[in-house]
Design a binder for this molecule. Structure first.
Ligand code: SF4
Length: 74
């Protein structure tokens, strides 16, 4: 299977999403609906929240499909 990786940034933090391992568990959009909203495109809009809240939510992804890095670390 192709290793697809999508990235979404608010300028400070970048959310990395791997659709092939996403379990569609809904935890991300139940927890932080202003950033994660699967019925819209792009489905992740990190500019709608704070870096702190995004990191907290990304860490709760059960499948490991979501990860993040701080842009200054790149
Ligand atoms: S929390 Fe993770 S596994 Fe669940 S829908 Fe979001 S990205 Fe997919």
């Amino acid at each position: 299977m192709k290793d697809i990786t999508k990235k979404y940034s608010n300028g400070e933090v970048t959310i990395v999403w791997k659709p092939t391992i996403c379990a569609h568990s809904a935890i991300c959009f139940r927890g932080l609906g202003e950033v994660f909203h699967p019925k819209e495109l792009p489905w992740i809009t990190p500019e709608k929240s704070t870096t702190e809240k995004i990191i907290e939510q990304v860490k709760k992804c059960p499948s490991g499909a979501l990860s993040y890095y701080l842009n200054k670390e790149e």
